[in-house]
Design a protein around this ligand. Sequence first.
Ligand code: SAH
Length: 476
Amino acid sequence: MEKNELFITEITDMTAEGEGIGKAGAFPFFIKDTCIGDTALCRVTKLKKNYGYARLEELKETSPYRTEAPCRISRSCGGCQIQQMTYQAQLDFKTEKVRQNLMRIGGFEAPEVLKCLGMEEPFRYRNKAQIPFGTDKEGKIIAGFYARRTHSIIPQENCLITFPEAGDIVRLVKEWMKDHKVRPYDEASGRGLIRHVLIRKGFRTGEIMVCLIANGEKIPAADSLVDSLKTIDGFTTLCLNTNTKRGNTILGSKTVPLYGPGVIKDYIGDVLFEISANSFFQVNPEQTQVLYQTALEYAGLCGNETVFDLYCGIGTISLFLAGKAKHVYGVEIVPQAIEDAKRNAALNGLCNVDFYTGKAEEILPAWYKEHPEEKIDVIVMDPPRKGCDPEVLKTVTAMAPGRIVYVSCDSATLARDLKILREEGYQLEKVQPVDMFPMTVGVETVCALSKLSEAKHHISVQVDMDELDLTAAESK
Ligand code: SAH
């Protein structure tokens, strides 16, 4: 085969990244924008030794799992990968991806994976948009999304997975820029003022934050921008973030409010969070609640437990668990996130949480060394994509909690870590994928593990306690 050659193939499988897999003879090709069950005319775009890449040119037969992608730029935009699949097919794909990884990487023989929990309405779920600004060939201001693996902007104001006001806000910012001759930033020359606009909404409170990310410390005519943003329902605050560095990092470290408090509030479950421009906050609050509710259920708390929440971020899971546990310890590497976590604990009047700043692989072993006798009932962990450091897994199993709840955004590293936990005497009880990012290939998974002997020990201790209480009551 050669580059640009055409061939017809049936799509028989899919990669974890959402590309269809088809064959020309025995030679496999990865073909973006296709679905299992499609028969497609494809054009070779790249050839490697044992596989190649091809582009979908024309559908010859349409898969039953295929639907019309509702967004007009879905094929070129880097945001969504599987809009061409029906939502049910997306959920099945995610369940299967987790199951396959548990088998292939984790060595589990026939793992029972619960069906991926999806959304009733899988669009408009994102509470945050970071929209790059630039110019087109004629020098006109454009705002939109980066094309896959590039920094060229595809103009698109109305992203269908983001809340609708974001598009209206982008248009108002563009008008303000035209009216006041404010230029967008140009990556090549490093000139121009507006780099990105970050927009966040508290879905439960309705509060909206707009943050301009500028290549400078001042913007002209801020009042006029505020006046026009006030026409947006829920607009609460306008901030200015300064980033004068070249490079890909979106936010600079300095943010000042230009109007309003500089933060918005939102809830996950009953827990209230204050969110600033720089804070991390889950982007799909509805499914975050589903995810954490599952984690809470798997933690099986009665109110007497001491819990560790490793990789706690701004303490979302810690605070969610704190209402049901005796004490929660959170561990997180980013100091700013820990500041947010402490502030949010105070905001909710939760006094039974302590946060440690540092690497989980250093903090946890040090803590265990200092408190070898303290019983930890449950350890929750929600690591980044690369999974847990071996030192963390080693210490967790040495601490021997009765239950472990593993929340993962990458089922490959999850499977690798579960294998280790199983070898150290933990049994995998439940695996629940949750769809936090419909239309993309991402999937979050919550797993419940238990230490069998510990569980038995736990029950017998509780029975003894009950008997003790009874005799105490009788003797009164
Ligand atoms: N549980 C949180 C965030 C999970 S994301 C939530 O649901 O909101 C993973 C977190 O792990 C990030 O906040 C990241 O900063 C943190 N992290 C990354 N490496 C770490 C390490 N070695 N030790 C502790 N935390 C780490």
